[in-house]
Design a protein around this ligand. Structure first.
Ligand code: ADP
Length: 392
């Protein structure tokens, strides 16, 4: 088995022994060191992950076979065996990797990042961890880079996304046909039973239309960020929030829920307007759906330091603590029996989270079962660069 180490391994260096004192202890520790080196070699040669090690100047010191394969590092690069020294950049041809390594060395802390590399003509995805050797007293050993392959995961994700996108596209036409015929039929004179039946058909066609639209929106956000939804620009916030409120006025009226808005007239931020309306409307829609008749839903926006902070507060059924960490996941729903017939497919909050992310912000929820909920959406007012608010 090829050795992991290019350079004479510091572990295998014989201990300095004063002349004439070639005692048994020295010989034993040299043996122990050699055995430790073999064990380490064995581990590094057999694990799935690729491993590179470099000195503080990012000259490559070691590479296990997996890393050599990935980057096509020739054995002639081996140091200490008459080969030439090579920098991390020369060996991997990745400026991103070099930047990650420098950042980890500068911070003196381990960093991890998803990266892709081209190896033998194929795109491969890795989670790369860059870890400075803590307390190393040998300057040749400053940094280790570990490459954990994620290609299969990314491929599966791609397949899942393509499948969902294709199904959504294919369903759009039949849904439009069902909806169109149902609407036309409802305009003609019908017996009560037939009318009721067709109303149910129409209602379900509308839910499916909303579901496919949500899926396509989510996919577009995941795929290309915000661009499919128009450009970002300096946007007055209050009119935007009024538009989001208008979208839920009818269902709120139907339930006798009072909507209120608190937002300074002069507040403005760098936003994708259509997207932000959609995000706030999703939160308001949930607040109305999951609240009892006669309650209040409050929408508010303020600027805190460099952040626009939008909150939607309701007096509804709340969310039990164990569900809170997962409600922004797609298709995640809290117990289907809670709000019979009112919930959607569990995509609304996933869309909100993505909308926050394309604005370089985030979304969060606070809630206690039976005591209502507060959803917060924050984004940097100038488009990027503001740290999250305390507690988010
Ligand atoms: P859905 O389409 O089911 O409303 P969402 O992604 O919008 O999906 O929300 C996920 C789940 O979070 C919902 O199924 C609901 O149980 C819970 N939820 C969201 N907003 C609220 C709220 N304001 N009050 C209570 N529960 C909520």
């Amino acid at each position: 088995m090829k050795s992991f180490f290019f350079v004479p391994n510091p572990l295998s260096k014989p201990k300095h022994t004063p002349p004439g004192e070639a005692d048994g202890a020295g010989a034993l520790s040299a043996l122990e060191a050699e055995s430790a080196r073999r064990r380490l070699d064995f581990v590094l040669n057999t694990i799935h992950e690729g491993v590179l090690a470099a000195d503080a100047g990012l000259t490559l010191q070691a590479a296990n076979p997996q890393a050599r394969n990935l980057f096509g590092i020739a054995p002639s690069f081996c140091l200490g065996r008459g080969g030439k020294s090579v920098s991390l950049l020369e060996a991997t041809r990745s400026t991103g990797l070099e930047a990650l390594a420098l950042e980890a060395l500068a911070q003196g802390a381990a960093l991890a990042k998803e990266m892709k590399f081209y190896s033998a003509g194929a795109e491969r995805h890795f989670l790369v961890s860059a870890a400075p050797f803590a307390g190393s007293d040998d300057e040749r050993w400053a940094l280790a880079l570990v490459f954990e392959e994620r290609t299969r995961l990314r491929t599966l994700e791609r397949v899942r996304k393509d499948f969902a996108a294709n199904v959504s596209h294919e369903l759009r036409t039949p849904i439009q046909v069902v909806k169109g015929f149902a609407e036309t039929l409802l305009e003609s004179p019908l017996a009560d039973a037939a009318r009721q039946g067709i109303e149910i058909i129409l209602k379900n066609a509308l839910s499916m239309e909303a579901l496919t639209a949500d899926l396509l929106c989510l996919m577009a956000l995941e795929e290309g960020g915000a661009p499919p939804f128009g450009g970002a620009e300096e946007t007055p916030v209050r009119p935007l929030l009024e538009e989001a409120l208008a979208a839920v006025e009818m269902p709120a009226q139907d339930k006798g829920i009072t909507l209120s808005l608190a937002c300074p007239a002069e507040l403005s931020a760098f936003l994708y307007r259509r997207l932000m309306i959609r995000g706030v409307a999703n939160l308001l829609d949930n607040a109305v759906k999951y609240s009892p008749p006669g309650s209040r839903v409050r929408l508010a926006a303020v600027q805190e330091a460099e952040r626009l902070v939008i909150t939607v507060q309701d007096q509804g059924i709340g969310i039990p603590a164990q569900h809170l960490p997962r409600i922004f996941e797609r298709f995640y729903r809290v117990g289907s029996g809670r709000c019979r017939g009112q919930g959607g497919a569990g995509l609304g909050l996933a869309i909100v989270r993505h909308i926050a992310q394309v604005h370089h912000g985030a979304a969060a929820a606070e809630s206690h079962a039976g005591e209502g909920s507060v959803f917060t959406l924050w984004v940097p007012v100038r488009g990027s660069g503001a740290p999250p608010p305390a507690g988010l």
